[in-house]
Design a protein around this ligand. Sequence first.
Ligand SMILES: [Fe+2]
Length: 215
Amino acid sequence: MSVAMSDFSKTRYTNIFTTPLITHTWEDGPELNALLRERILAHEAQNRGIAKSNHGGWHSETGQLEFCGDPGRRLVDHMHALADEATRHVLAEHHKEIPSIPWTLSAWVNVNRTGDFNSVHVHPGSTWSGTYYVDAGDPVDPDKGTQLHLLDPCQGRSTTFFSGGECSVPASIYIRPKPGLMVLFPSYVPHLVFPHKGNGARISIAFNLRKEPFP
Ligand SMILES: [Fe+2]
């Protein structure tokens, strides 16, 4: 057999240092979102909010969604449940036992109206970060929506490894907001939110879960 005809059927191919991304749509989303939306807009009307990665838009205080009452507590439980599930999955891939991990959770609400956006950032000092969508904001382009854009956290890979021309592999991905959808990713993953183009308020709830002890 010539070199060119080598048998590759037993060649092992694997990915190393991968970046997990978890997406989950909660079944109680429609009911939960109606309750959350009402509480969020009422709180927004009474509070100026704070400035972080948001350009325009309203960014609530950071906490445990206290101003959302029972629906907020239910969503916080969902955040914990998905983080536990994602962690079990990550550790199982490395044949690790699944310990019970204590998390420190912080969450806040973003309300973006037409033109509002969030510039590229990471969430330092946390393990998992995520977003839950309450309202997509009636986007002008419903097929795309106002997307969340996640960037490859490995600069070497994204700038030198099949990073241009016909042979390039994606260095970023786009996620279309959908009410009830929860997205979870490692906190070191850079991300941004495009300027909203829509007839309604785009309402999302961002959160961090910090493994204790950290890291
Ligand atoms: Fe963020």
